[in-house]
Design a protein around this ligand. Structure first.
Ligand code: FHN
Length: 478
């Protein structure tokens, strides 16, 4: 164990001790706040990773957007099918369980595809809103251990680790199965029985919270190092300590996993980076005590979020969980340019696959991720460990930075072969990443730098120029 991990463990053990003392009602010493240096060290791999695979997979995958033999819809999240058909948990389980048949080795195909695509981490659903846990849980009988006699979380973690991927659990705090989950406590959070009285009379939400904390304890104790916990989700009328005992939950997680990175979705307040219930409703602020990163969903913030860690999560079509009716697949061009756009704004891209009931991946998803991988094979240095573009905008594409090196991602190839960059720069060397042995001619005068390019772009989606500079460029301001 390296010194850094020891320091982090000591720090977060102190936090856990403080929490334990608080629960016992004993005077707790103030938990030490993580300083900026330590936080930067903890976040470093994630900031450098830039690209991860999201996986939504569970009982809903077997239903595939179909109920009573008819499509529930052709767009939108079919991992919500239970809510969309307003099925109680017994009916939902009765229909879904027989269809959910994970094939042996499914996880290895996920991990291999993530690796080939150039993803550095994988975040998958340990439990979605339907409440079905993919791990072998000792505190539930609605889990893969009880129903399938398998620990699917273990299978994914092992496959991911074998490919050198960092591992994250998406864990839903919303739960449509548990009979103590107090869905009447929120008007904004979804539930299949919303508006109806509790079928079991009264409910004690605290009992659900005991269960939620116990399952998270299993997930953070039994699968080795966990790199990310991706919580989902809270509302403005039901969030934080009231809804989830959030601070206690996070400090328990940090005590078990000192280097873990967690998102901001146990909360829905401005301090936690939220300004509305919309998945694009973000402020440009985040107090780290509410989470480590902000989570724009299905969109890319226009100017990024300077000074804040953020990750755009996005589907390949329009649903997170598999649907046999959703054919609205994003083009490979859009996906690759999204990755570049996000990196040029200093964010991460968490791109989702929705495997089928047997764990197999829809061919369109495989082809998309392989296309991204093909681009990354040539251009990965222009994405990994880069920082945001110094330009507010560029007419022909995007830029990313790495020290005194600029990467110019050219979407629109100049017809006259002259790429104009609005900056003054002392250029050492310029090459296309597709042809690194061939220096390009560069002229920089005043606030304009011109690069002479070959007639044909090496990549019609995005061709990247590596521009090595002696010092920071002077950016033209319009
Ligand atoms: O309701 C979920 C949805 O099903 C999906 O998991 C997304 C992924 O970020 N999160 C919630 C909607 O914001």
């Amino acid at each position: 164990m390296n010194l850094q991990t020891i320091k982090l463990k000591l720090l977060f053990s102190a936090v856990a001790a403080a929490s334990t003392l608080a629960i016992l009602g004993l005077p707790a010493t103030a938990a030490p706040v993580e300083n900026t240096q330590r936080r930067d060290e903890r976040m470093q791999w994630w900031r450098e990773a830039r690209f991860g695979m999201f996986v939504h997979w569970g009982l809903y995958s077997g239903l595939a957007g179909t109920w009573d033999g008819k499509p529930v819809g052709t767009t939108g999240g079919m991992e919500w099918i239970q809510q969309r058909v307003k099925a109680d948990t017994e009916t939902y389980a009765e229909r879904a369980i027989p269809l959910f048949k994970p094939a042996p080795g499914f996880a290895k195909t996920w991990a291999a595809l993530a690796k080939e695509a150039g993803c550095r981490y994988i975040v998958f659903t340990s439990k979605h809103h339907d409440g079905f846990a993919l791990h072998d849980s000792k505190v539930s009988d609605f889990d893969a251990g009880s129903i399938l006699q398998r620990d699917l979380v273990k299978e994914v973690v092992e496959a991911a680790r074998a490919q050198g991927l960092k591992v994250g659990f998406y864990h839903s705090v919303i739960d449509w199965h548990h009979d103590q989950y107090g869905y009447e406590l929120s008007k904004q959070l979804p539930h299949p029985l919303k508006g109806k009285p509790y079928p079991n009379g009264t409910r004690d939400h605290n009992k659900y919270l005991d269960f939620l904390h116990a399952q998270v304890d299993e997930l953070t104790s039994n699968y080795g190092t966990l790199d990310i916990l991706w919580w989902d989700y809270s509302s403005q009328d039901f969030q934080g300590d009231t809804a989830w005992r959030a601070m206690d939950l996070m400090s328990k997680v940090r005590a078990k996993q000192p280097a873990i990175i967690m998102n901001n979705r146990l909360f829905r307040s401005p301090e936690a980076g939220w300004k509305s219930m919309g998945t694009d409703g973000f402020t440009g602020t985040l107090d780290p005590k509410y989470g480590d990163f902000i989570t724009p969903e299905q969109h890319i913030p226009a100017t990024g979020m300077p000074g804040i860690d953020w990750e755009t999560c996005m589907t390949l079509n329009t649903t997170w969980g598999y649907s046999e009716h959703d054919h609205a697949w994003k083009s490979h061009e859009l996906l690759i340019r999204n990755l570049i756009d996000i990196a040029s704004k200093g964010g991460n891209y968490l791109l989702n696959i929705g495997p089928k009931a047997d764990g197999s991946i829809p061919i369109q998803s495989v082809e998309a991720l392989k296309a991204i991988g093909g681009w990354m094979k040539v251009n990965h240095e222009a994405i990994y460990a880069t920082t945001a573009s110094p330009f507010a905008q560029l007419p022909w594409g995007r830029a990313t930075s790495k020290g005194n090196t600029l990467y110019l991602h050219v979407f629109e190839w100049p017809a006259d072969g002259q790429l104009v960059v609005p900056m003054g720069a002392d250029v050492v060397r310029a090459v296309l990443l597709a042809a690194p042995g061939q220096a390009l001619t560069v002229e920089s005068a005043g606030m304009q730098t011109k690069i002479s390019l070959p007639a044909k772009a090496p990549d019609s989606i995005a061709s990247v120029i590596r521009l090595e500079l002696r010092s920071a460029p002077v950016i033209a301001v319009f």
